[in-house]
Design a protein around this ligand. Structure first.
Ligand SMILES: [Zn+2]
Length: 761
């Protein structure tokens, strides 16, 4: 046929609506038989067959369709496919002209419906092959047209496409195309319930809504199915799920490059005002506040200022005590006011009672360069520390405690024999007695290594990794994955081998998840460039030393797991204790096998309460019969509510602290009447001398009355001084290792605060 004649026969073939429908149908569904086509077009095979045969012949003569000789099915020729696309194009144009299907897009514009956009999205977002994308888009268009709505939301179009993908068994494509977000009802609930969250504010609502999206993103896009499923079913708990795909958990700062001005506190130096007097103590503290404020957004849990009193000591030269006190007070107030918001991560200060040997010969950073080394600043650093502890002890203007920062006081060997070390320890015990905001680090233990740093989230790093600098400065825990130990015990059903095998499987899974986390953080710092400070170059590395930063694996329910497995109670017999040590040692051995390439650490503390969720999932999963089971033990290796003599607890916990090199805490919750600071001091020395406890703290409960502005020790429902019993009576205690006022306790915090055992020394 000549091309002119062919064109004529095509145009004539298209002049009938049934024939156009046939072309569209085959282009969408692929080869179809005579009867199938008639059925789809709802024609009667008896009465319409003759007329329909004529239509098919016309199409075949125009070389648009062809019958397959073996199957007898009709398929589109290449020309036929082009012409079918042409029909779609004409239909789109007509629709646009009439404006009969409009789409409200996610970028908040309104556009006429355009099928090509579906094709593009399928190819771009999910890598669907073009031919398949065309066919799916056509089907979607047809279905949408049948709806007869004039106004479509982009989200609705997407749901249609997803439904088609699902019907066709193309689930992987659907995963890539799905939307993340909350149902309208959930957003309303988030707004209505925000007041019960920590630090409620409109911004909190905003961040909770974002949390939901980013957590889903982690589960759907970042993690392989096996890991996501393990989290969802409660075999493991991924801490910080809301930020898992975005940032590391914490950072151990090195103050020197910041104080020196080598690196700006916000990374770029462009957006934060520099202090007019950077070389003064005031200027130095201001710079640290800038640092904490800006990097608060870069970590999920906490920030740590290491060698605080040593690195700041050069700046107090020539100052009177009262001046130092006043500047430190401003610093602490600033910190506490920043901390009163949802996006500010808690700060810990690691303070020293002596200059560690490795710091002595190192050149000091200070206001003037006279070639001094840190070894020259022993007296100044302790003077600064004493004043700092005094400041922390003062209540605010209305007699409330200043809860930030958490002070981690490192007790090395020499400190115990010097007068000034002794005085500082006394002051720290006074602070512990008054507000409980001190954590004592027993640095005399060999397993604490040359240097150790703890964080406000209770995670721990030490210098066994390379050296003190690479091991403990400018590094941060990437994140924490918590194993549900009781679940492992249920699955092992008393079989020792199965228990260790399942443990190993979950460790393997956690290692994989943490290695993905490392890649994620790398991507966010270097290619996505959303953490300018961490990317800054310093001494041939970046400020955040990613490859030196550890991943943490923690656990909950150790006593419950062991009790289930052996039938014996950990609190009163040695046999189950041996098994629980064996479990935690196996976890630690696994981490050691990953050396020297990967830094993984075992912790007995979680970054967020996880046991409640994991216990509930074990009830839902049918592992636990009763609904009223106690929540699994977390942040401890013995059940916290069970009365167990202090001596026994100490004995058990010290067996674990030396293994859990990624984090631990022995929390001595004490009864009223509380011991005097002198008694605390003696007890502290005794623990340091005799126990293998690396980190411990004394917790005191107290009640603040807003009405008469007094603190009464212990928990009270009515103010002992003025009898006020309204809702502005605030209780304070440590829950999961951190002081929190009752205003921001969750129900789980409240249970933790109220039920756990208190001791007398
Ligand atoms: Zn009162």
């Amino acid at each position: 046929m000549s091309s002119k004649n062919l064109l004529e026969s095509i145009l004539s073939a298209l002049s009938n609506e049934v024939r156009a429908e046939v072309l569209k149908l085959i282009s969408m569904e692929g080869p179809l038989s005579f009867t199938e086509i008639m059925e789809r077009l709802e024609m009667n095979p008896k009465s319409d067959a003759g007329k329909f045969g004529y239509h098919l012949r016309t199409l075949a003569e125009a070389e648009l369709i062809k019958a397959d000789e073996s199957s007898g099915k009709y398929f589109l020729t290449l020309l036929g496919q082009d012409v079918a696309n042409f029909i779609y194009g004409v239909e789109d144009a007509v629709r646009r002209k009439k404006g009969d299907m409009l789409v409200r897009t996610s970028s908040l514009t309104i556009e006429p419906f355009d099928r090509k956009k579906i094709v593009d999205a399928l190819i771009r977002e999910a890598g669907v092959p073009r031919k398949l994308a065309e066919s799916i888009s056509k089907e979607a268009e047809d279905r949408l047209k049948k709806l007869q709505v004039r106004y479509l939301a982009g989200a609705l179009v997407r749901e249609f496409v997803n439904a088609i993908l699902l019907e066709k068994g193309l689930e992987e494509y659907r995963h890539a195309l799905t939307r993340l977000g909350q149902p309208v009802y959930d957003v309303t609930t988030t707004i209505k319930n925000a007041a019960y969250k920590e630090y409620p504010s409109p911004e909190k609502v905003h961040s909770l809504a974002g949390d939901a999206v980013i957590e889903e993103y982690m589960l759907l896009k970042i993690l392989p199915r096996t890991i996501a499923d393990a989290h969802l079913c409660g075999a493991i708990h991924m801490n910080n799920a809301n930020y898992w795909a975005l940032r590391p958990a914490n950072i151990q700062h090195d103050l020197r490059p910041i104080l020196q001005g080598k690196i700006a506190a916000d990374g770029t130096g462009l957006m934060m005002p520099a202090h007019y007097s950077q070389r003064t103590f005031k200027g130095a503290l201001y710079t640290l506040n800038c640092l904490l404020r800006s990097s608060s957004k870069l970590v999920s849990n906490s920030q740590s200022l290491n060698f605080f009193n040593i690195f700041l000591a050069p700046y107090i030269k020539g100052m009177k005590d009262e001046e130092i006190r006043s500047d430190l007070r401003d610093f602490v107030y600033e910190l506490n006011s920043s901390s009163n918001g949802s996006s500010f991560s808690p700060v810990s200060i690691n303070a020293e009672l002596e200059i560690p040997q490795f710091l002595e010969p190192i050149k000091a950073v200070g206001p003037e360069d006279k070639g001094e080394v840190y070894g020259d600043y022993y007296d100044a650093s302790l003077r600064l520390l004493e004043i700092f502890l005094d400041v922390m002890k003062e209540p605010d203007g209305e007699q409330k405690p200043l809860l930030h920062p958490a002070v981690f006081l490192k007790i090395r060997k020499k400190a115990l024999v010097t007068d000034v070390g002794h005085e500082c320890l006394e002051k720290a015990c006074q602070l512990a007695q008054k507000w409980g905001t001190v954590y004592f680090v027993n640095h005399t233990l060999p397993w604490q290594q040359e240097n150790v740093s703890y964080s406000a989230d209770l995670s721990r790093v030490d210098s066994s990794w390379k050296d003190w600098a690479s091991g403990t400065l400018r590094v941060g825990a990437l994140d924490n994955i918590t194993l549900n130990l009781p679940r492992i015990a249920y699955e092992a059903n008393g079989d020792d081998d199965r228990l260790m095998e399942r443990l190993r499987e979950l460790l393997e899974l956690s290692r994989e998840a943490l290695s993905i986390k490392r890649q994620i953080v790398e991507e966010r710092i270097f290619s996505d460039r959303i953490m300018p400070l961490f990317k800054e170059e310093l001494d041939g590395n970046t400020y955040f030393r990613l490859s030196d930063s550890p991943g943490i694996i923690s656990y909950v329910g150790l006593p419950e797991a062991v009790q289930y497995h052996t039938g014996l109670d950990l609190a009163d017999s040695e046999e189950p204790l041996k098994l629980s040590i064996k479990i935690v040692e196996a976890m630690d051995d696994y981490c050691k096998q990953m050396l020297p390439s990967t830094r993984l650490l075992i912790s007995s503390t979680t970054f967020e309460p996880a046991a409640q969720r994991l216990t509930n999932l074990d009830v839902v999963g049918g592992y636990l019969k009763s609904k009223s089971v106690p929540i699994y033990t977390e942040h401890s290796n013995l059940p916290l509510a069970t009365p167990i003599p202090l001596k026994r607890r100490l004995h058990v916990e010290e067996s674990f602290q030396k293994i859990t090199r990624g984090g631990h805490l022995f929390d001595l919750r004490l009864e009223e009447p509380f011991p005097t600071d002198e008694m605390l001091n003696n007890y502290t020395r005794r623990i340091v001398d005799t126990a293998s406890i690396g980190l411990f703290t004394f917790t005191r409960d107290y009640t603040y009355c807003w009405h008469c502005k007094t603190i009464s020790y212990g928990f009270h429902e009515k103010c002992p001084s003025c009898s006020y019993d309204g809702n502005r009576l605030m209780l304070y205690t440590k829950t999961f290792g951190r002081y929190k006022p009752s205003k921001i306790w969750s129900t789980y915090d409240r249970a933790y605060a109220m039920n756990n055992q208190r001791f007398t020394l």
